[in-house]
Design a protein around this ligand. Structure first.
Ligand SMILES: Nc1ncnc2c1ncn2[C@@H]1O[C@H](COP(=O)(O)OP(=O)(O)OP(=O)(O)O)[C@@H](O)[C@H]1O
Ligand SMILES: [Mg+2]
Length: 439
C-alpha cells in the first residue's frame, strides 16, 4: 500500500516521520544477544552469562521453563523456555528480557536427517531514557553476576597426579567452616583472610604480586587439616589439586604438573614432612650446613645437581612454586599440611611462600561446642562445665571427640554421648598421671 500510493521522493520523508511517531509512541530500545556469534560453533559468552543470570528470575516469573541438570546430577537449573519474558530491576529501573529462536531456513540438502538449525537469542527491552545506565552499568552487572554464578554452579574437581598429568573425580566433600571445630575468632580471621584474597585481584596487580597465597596447616593427626582444606575449597568454590610428591619423578615433571593447574584452585601437598626425598635432602643439607650457610649460590647448584639422580628436591619445589606463580595467571592457593612444623625447612615455609601459618590443635572447649552443635544439636548442657574443665588439661583431638559424639542410637541420646566423652577424658587423665599434665 505504502509503495502504491506514495511517490518515491516522498517515501523517505514519510518514513522518517513515521519513525518519529513510532519512537514517540514506543519509547523502548531493544538489544539482541544471539547464542552464536561469528564462529558458528562458538557459543557466545554473553549469551551463556545472561542465561545463568536470568535463571533465578526465570524460575520465579516465567511460566514455561526448561530444566537442566548440572553438578553431576546434584542440582537442577531452570532457564526460561523460548518466547517467554521476565522482568528485572536495576537501580529502580525496570527492564524486560525475552527469549526466542530463529529457525534457519537455508538448510542444505542431505540424506541424513539434519538437525534443525536453531539460533536462540535473548532480547533486552528498556525505556530509551535509561539508555546509558542500561548499556553501561546494567549490562556489566549482568555479565559479571552471570559469570560468577556459573563458576559457583560448576561441578568442582578433585585432581590427583598420575605421571606428568592430572586425573580427576568430582569434588564432593561436604566440609565447611560452620561445622569446623576451631575457636570462633581464629576461624573468623581465617575466613576473612580467604575471602579478602579471593577478591583482591586488583590489589595484587597494583602491588606487583602474583595472585596467590600460601597456607601452612600444621597440627597433630586428627585435628582437621584435611577437613580444613576441603572447607577452604568449598568456601571459595575452588578445585583441588592434591599433589602426591612421592609419585612425582623429578623436578621437570613437577614443573609440568604445576603449570597444568588451572586458576581458582588449591594445590595441596599433604604431609609435606613425610615426603621422603625432601627430608632426605634436608638431612643431607644439615650435614653440610656449615659450608653452605653463607653461600646460597653454592647451595642452589648442589641441590640442582642432586636432583638428577634423586627425585624432587627442595629447591626444585621452591623454585617451581615461585616460578609458576610468576608465569601463569593466578587466583591459586597453595596449602601444605604437616604434623611436624619444626621438621620443615625454613625456606619452604617462609612468609611470601607460606603467607599464613595456621595451627590446628587439640580440642578446646570452644571447638567442642561446635562439635556438640553439629553432632548432637546441643547448644548447652549441664555436663558442659565438667567437659570444659577436662579440656583445659587433657589433650584430645577433635577427631576423637567427634567419634565419641557420633550418635550410636536413634533417636539421638545426647546425654549418653556426653557421658561417654567424660569417661574417655577421665581415662586419658588417668593415663597422663595424677600430676600436672606434661606440655
Ligand atoms: N577441627 C575439626 N572440626 C570438625 N571435625 C574435625 C576436626 N578435626 C577433625 N575432625 C574430624 O576428624 C576426622 C579426621 O580429620 P582430618 O582428616 O581432617 O585430620 P587431619 O588433621 O588431616 O589428620 P592427619 O594429620 O592424620 O591427616 C574428620 O573426618 C573430621 O570429621
Ligand atoms: Mg589429613
Amino acid at each position: 500500500i505504502f509503495q502504491q500510493y506514495f511517490p518515491t521522493h516522498l517515501r523517505t520523508s514519510v518514513e522518517s516521520y513515521f519513525q518519529k511517531i513510532f519512537s514517540f509512541l514506543y519509547p523502548y530500545i531493544q538489544i539482541t544477544f544471539n547464542e552464536f556469534t561469528g564462529e558458528r560453533f562458538m557459543r557466545s559468552e554473553a549469551f551463556a552469562a545472561i542465561e545463568t543470570y536470568l535463571s533465578s528470575s526465570s524460575s520465579a516469573q516465567a511460566r514455561r521453563l526448561k530444566a537442566d541438570i548440572i553438578k553431576n546430577g546434584q542440582s537442577l537449573v531452570l532457564t526460561m523456555d523460548d518466547n517467554e519474558e521476565v522482568a528485572d530491576e536495576f537501580q529502580g529501573v525496570k527492564v524486560w528480557w525475552a527469549s526466542g529462536k530463529n529457525v534457519s531456513k537455508t538448510q542444505t540438502f542431505s540424506f541424513q536427517p539434519v538437525p534443525t538449525d536453531e539460533k536462540r537469542y535473548f532480547k533486552l527491552k528498556f525505556h530509551k531514557k535509561h539508555r546509558i545506565l542500561i548499556t553501561g552499568s546494567y549490562l556489566n552487572h549482568v555479565l559479571k553476576e552471570g559469570k560468577a554464578m556459573k563458576v559457583k554452579n560448576r561441578q568442582r574437581k578433585l585432581y590427583t597426579n598420575s605421571g606428568s598429568s592430572w586425573s580427576f573425580v568430582p569434588f564432593e566433600h561436604p566440609a565447611n567452616f560452620q561445622t569446623l571445630a576451631m575457636e570462633p575468632e581464629r576461624k573468623e580471621e581465617f575466613v576473612n583472610d580467604l575471602i579478602t584474597f579471593s577478591k583482591a585481584e586488583e590489589f595484587y596487580s597494583t602491588i606487583g604480586r602474583a595472585w596467590k597465597r600460601g597456607y601452612l596447616l600444621y597440627g597433630p593427626p586428627g585435628t582437621g587439616k584435611s577437613t580444613t582444606v576441603a572447607a577452604m575449597a568449598n568456601l571459595l568454590s575452588y578445585d583441588i589439586y592434591d599433589l602426591e610428591l612421592t609419585a612425582v619423578k623429578d623436578n621437570t615433571e613437577l614443573k609440568k604438573l604445576l603449570i597444568a593447574t588451572s586458576s581458582k584452585s588449591i594445590i595441596v601437598i599433604e604431609d609435606i614432612d613425610c615426603s621422603v626425598d625432601l627430608t632426605g635432602q634436608r638431612a643431607k643439607k644439615r650435614e653440610k650446613k656449615d659450608i653452605e650457610e653463607n653461600d646460597p649460590v653454592q647451595k642452589f647448584t648442589k641441590d640442582e645437581s642432586e636432583s638428577r639422580n634423586s627425585k624432587v628436591t627442595l629447591s626444585g619445589l621452591l623454585n617451581f612454586i615461585d616460578g609458576l606463580w610468576s608465569a601463569c595467571g593466578g587466583e591459586r592457593l597453595i596449602v601444605f599440611t604437616t604434623n611436624y612444623v619444626d621438621k620443615l625447612d625454613p625456606a619452604l615455609i617462609r612468609r611470601g611462600r607460606m603467607d599464613k601459618h595456621i595451627e590446628l590443635s587439640y580440642c578446646t572447649f570452644e571447638a567442642f561446642k561446635v562439635l556438640a552443635r553439629n553432632y548432637l544439636n546441643l547448644e548447652s548442657h549441664s555436663l558442659f562445665s565438667r567437659i570444659c574443665s577436662f579440656l583445659e588439661e587433657i589433650k584430645i583431638t577433635p577427631a576423637d571427640v567427634a567419634e565419641i559424639l557420633m550418635p550410636k542410637t536413634l533417636p539421638v541420646d545426647a546425654e549418653s554421648c556426653l557421658r561417654d566423652l567424660i569417661l574417655a577424658l577421665e581415662g586419658a587423665k588417668m593415663q597422663a598421671g595424677p600430676e600436672k599434665p606434661h606440655d
